[in-house]
Design a protein around this ligand. Structure first.
Ligand code: WTA
Length: 650
């Protein structure tokens, strides 16, 4: 981290938009920030008016901190806005281009997607799903996953997508917390050539979920053999065979819950972030138009999985509300070879490409010969999201993928913000490698110090000072935690959990999390979650987890583990094997993304006199730095021993 911050601080190159890009850009009026500020509510209302509403709203915003209502009194349907309203003008336009990992290709027009979604909405209804019911989606990135989301939205059911890489335990926790009624899954999925047995994992989770009445299973491969439980399980293709293709999209209140999505926080179990309909869709739509500069003929590809918020806002809701052609790819970037992404861009003539810095760092490592071997002249705009991008990676991306002609939009936002918040507008803002630049028009972001004073130039906490349309409306079932986590640091102001600095030009530079969340390869993982998973192992007495620098992942997980006295001899007989066992245990409890990179067995952990683990010192040790201030430690000898041991082992 420290190294990264240093690098950011030294960055002074700027890349103004080309005249050619500016001229054709959807956003090309330099006054738009000022205009939005002059009447923020009218500005957002103008955006909302570009969607289709069954009933117009009465009030643009009601704000009783921390509760916001956008477009109250208005009625609309997200599925209608993503499908029905395009039928007259774009019915035969391709909505989704899907490529499976083994290479199958499927093109689905808006008309076809509309029919499929309508049918599946009827299937859901026939299985007892009603407006407001929660539906879990645990699927690979296939067309049916998008269908499932939009079918829920069509009838007012709330989807809770759980990333297909999560374990059965993680799935179970999320289903239980949401009290979901039904799960939609697939018989299997592909990941880097291996078959992921999603239905089997679902079965293990659902065994402990009494609220689940049905499991709908998409057959991913004809040869998949899965156990179907009579009365509970149903094949997607069988249910769809006799489903009616007519299903009206229900007009829903603007504040009707569209979905919940679990994300890690600094304490305890993952929180179900709640998003509603009107404001959310408005901001997804607006940012797609202005940030990605979406045009009728674009082939737009955001590489995120639908298991993450990026997949919700910028694979499904935003681009489909714009009527775009959206590329989706099921598998890994290095399968069968490390040029798969460039191959996809070339074959499908992708024009807009949005991915994560961790992927870009991997591409850098694999070398520029791979992209060079492909014709990527179709590309006209690039984006990144998920973590700060190192300037070297930015420059590499610009040269080797963008051919130095594509603007790069480095977009900062969160599961909680629902949509992009800080970002260049590609025709207007000169970019600086490593900076997300400026707040989107209509968004009020500030750097604040601990006491809530505004920092004009310099570092502090990133805060959002006024409500925005796609903001989270709560943590599912936990209003206290919602208040405490986001709104208690400064009353009425949203605390992002990120550190940032602003330079003399007013540009924002994101500096990473300031809480106990580790951003591993752009995915948020709570230290507490991993610690709980480790302590769950029969041999572990105590564990402390910190983030350490990693070449590709940006940050990786290092775990310090105290083994129970009674198990110590057994564990020490083969420490390497024991370490593997602990890593596997974490994968099993949470999922492979939470697997620690390094594990260090220790007899003690550095703690303050009040018993708080000093993570800062553990980070110093894990990254091999000189130890910081140790004067507050209850027992300073603990770190010295730990440091010695760590250096011996690494
Ligand atoms: C980080 C992903 C720097 C940040 C959309 C944030 C970023 C967390 C950027 C949210 C960026 C996301 N530059 N940091 N462009 N984008 N982050 O909820 O720490 O998975 O708080 O949402 O990712 O992660 P989440």
């Amino acid at each position: 981290m420290a190294q990264e911050i240093d690098a950011l601080l030294q960055e002074s190159r700027t890349f103004p938009p080309s005249e050619e890009f500016r001229k054709q850009a959807n956003a090309n009026d330099p006054e738009i920030w000022a205009k939005a500020k002059a009447d923020r509510e009218q500005y957002w209302a103008d955006w909302a008016a570009e969607l289709d509403w069954q009933t117009k709203w009465d009030r643009v915003l009601e704000w009783n901190p921390p509760d916001a209502k956008w477009f109250a009194g208005g009625k609309l349907n997200a599925s209608y806005n993503c499908l029905d309203r395009h039928l007259a003008t774009r019915g035969d336009k391709v909505a989704l281009i899907w490529e499976g990992e083994p290479g199958e290709i499927r093109r689905v027009t808006y008309r076809e997607l509309h029919a499929e979604v309508s049918k599946f909405a009827n299937v859901l209804k026939s299985r007892g799903v009603a407006s407001g019911d929660r539906v879990a989606i645990y699927m690979p990135l296939i067309v049916e996953a998008v269908v499932a989301m939009l079918a829920c939205a069509r009838i007012g059911a709330v989807h809770s997508v759980v990333f297909g890489g999560f374990s059965s335990d993680a799935l179970k926790d999320r289903i239980q917390d949401a009290e979901a009624k039904l799960v939609i899954t697939a018989s299997s999925g592909y990941r880097r050539g291996t078959i992921v047995p999603l239905k089997k994992t679902t079965d293990a989770a659902v065994a402990e979920c009494p609220t689940i009445e049905h499991v709908i299973v998409v057959r991913r491969r004809d040869e998949d053999e899965v156990a179907m439980q009579t009365d509970r399980d149903v094949w997607y293709h069988e249910a769809m065979a006799n489903a009616d293709a007519n299903c009206e999209a229900v007009p829903l209140d603007s504040e009707h819950m569209l979905y919940m999505l679990y994300t890690s926080g600094s304490t305890g179990k993952p929180k179900g972030i709640v998003h509603t309909t009107g404001g959310y869709l408005t901001e997804c739509y607006a940012t797609c138009k202005w940030v990605f500069d979406l045009k009728e003929n674009d082939i737009y590809w955001c590489t995120a999985d639908i298991g993450w918020v990026t997949g919700h806002s910028y694979v499904v809701y935003g681009p489909l509300a714009c009527g775009a052609t959206v590329m989706i790819y099921e598998g890994a970037p290095d399968f069968p070879k490390k040029d798969r992404f460039w191959d996809i861009i070339e074959r499908h003539k992708v024009t807009i490409f949005y991915t994560a810095p961790t992927a870009i760092r991997a591409f850098m490592k694999w070398g520029e010969a791979l992209p060079r071997a492909h014709d990527m002249s179709s590309l006209r705009l690039l984006g990144t999201v998920g973590e700060p991008i190192n300037p070297e990676a930015w420059i590499w991306y610009n040269q080797n993928i963008g051919g130095e002609r594509c603007p790069i939009v480095d977009t900062w936002w969160q599961t909680e913000t629902g949509g992009i918040m800080i970002t260049p507008l590609p025709g207007l803002v000169a970019t600086k490698p490593g900076s997300a630049t400026k707040p989107f028009p209509g968004i009020d972001a500030e750097i604040l110090d601990e006491r809530g004073n505004r920092v004009e130039v310099g570092g502090g906490y990133l805060a959002i000072t006024t409500p925005w349309p796609s903001m989270l409306r709560g943590i599912y079932g936990d209003p206290e935690r919602f208040q405490e986590q986001y709104w208690s640091k400064w009353p009425g102001i949203y605390f992002t959990g990120d550190g940032a600095k602003r330079d003399e030009d007013g540009y924002f530079w994101l500096l990473g999390r300031v809480d106990d969340v580790i951003n591993v390869a752009g995915h948020r993982i709570g230290t507490m979650e991993v610690e709980s998973a480790l302590v769950d192992h029969r041999s572990v007495a105590e564990a402390a987890v910190v983030g350490i620098q990693h070449e590709i992942k940006g940050t990786a997980i290092a775990a310090f583990v105290i083994v129970k006295e009674s198990e110590r001899e057994e564990a020490m007989r083969d420490p390497a094997k024991f370490e593997q066992e602990l890593k596997a245990h974490v994968s099993e409890k949470i999922g492979a993304i939470a697997r620690p990179e390094k594990i260090l067995m220790t007899a003690d952990l550095p703690k303050t006199r009040s018993g708080k683990i000093m993570r800062r010192l553990l980070r110093d040790i894990a990254e091999g730095r000189a130890l910081g201030d140790v004067t507050t430690l209850a027992d300073p000898s603990v770190v010295a021993t730990l440091k010695e041991k760590y250096e011996e082992e690494n």
